[in-house]
Design a protein around this ligand. Structure first.
Ligand code: HEM
Length: 197
């Protein structure tokens, strides 16, 4: 029996399961909901990740495939969250994704968009710190039109693309690389001293 999942997004889900579980554990190990200080470091990582992906969210070739892509980016919200939390936006770190192929870029965007699902849980916990989608946790807020609908539309579009086997492999590679990068950014955000962060 062929045990390859049938659609691109199913395969992306499959290859990112282990990285997602590892990242989830890493996030929890830093107890981001124990204090605003800890949460602010989590936001630093989210901001850096979104800022690095801005060129992809604004790429005309990708927008041709996903017309609402630019509005999906959360760099601005994460930056505002940092300001709410009295944090300066950190400088870029070396190692951002550079000019990925179209298929690889889709893998990166898949991870960024998928993280909006987990955000539904995270924003509830942020509420205990007095934060919300209008203050400090804007980047975790529900997207216009709803989380489930936004994700459904995004995955439907991805699954409607005709990609070669090489391109599918590149998308999978991009998704795994996105988790690796977020992991680096998160570690860095928690390693920075208070003045830098
Ligand atoms: C940078 C990327 C990501 C980060 C930092 C992230 C972080 C998290 C965290 C910390 C949780 C746990 C929430 C809780 O239990 O309180 C979670 C849950 C979740 N995440 Fe992610 N996630 C990312 C990407 C993704 C992707 C790509 C998907 C889907 C394709 C996804 C889907 C979910 C779902 C459905 C949950 C809900 C609980 C579960 O089923 O485990 N996330 N995420």
């Amino acid at each position: 029996m062929n045990n390859r999942a049938s659609s691109l997004t199913q395969r992306l889900n499959l290859v990112t399961q282990a990285p997602h579980a590892a990242l989830d554990a890493l996030v929890k190990s830093h107890a981001p909901f124990d204090s605003r200080e800890s949460f602010a470091r989590f936001v630093v990582a989210q901001y850096l990740f979104q800022a690095e992906l801005q060129p992809l969210y604004n790429d005309p070739q990708l927008i041709a495939l996903l017309p609402d892509l630019a509005e999906r980016c959360r760099a601005r919200q994460a930056r505002q969250d940092l300001a709410d939390l009295d944090m300066q936006a950190p400088a870029e770190l070396p190692g951002a994704v550079q000019r990925p192929s179209m298929a690889e870029a889709l893998g990166w965007i898949f991870v960024s968009e998928g993280s909006k699902l987990g955000a539904a849980f995270l924003i509830k916990r942020a509420a205990a710190l007095g934060l919300s989608e209008t203050f400090g946790a804007r980047h975790l807020g529900e997207p216009a039109g709803g989380r489930a609908e936004g994700w459904k539309q995004f995955t439907r579009t991805l699954d409607g693309l005709i990609l070669s086997a090489e391109e599918e492999a590149a998308a999978e590679h991009g998704a795994v690389a996105a988790f690796e990068r977020f992991t680096v950014l998160l570690k860095q955000a928690y390693a920075m001293n208070a003045e830098q962060a």
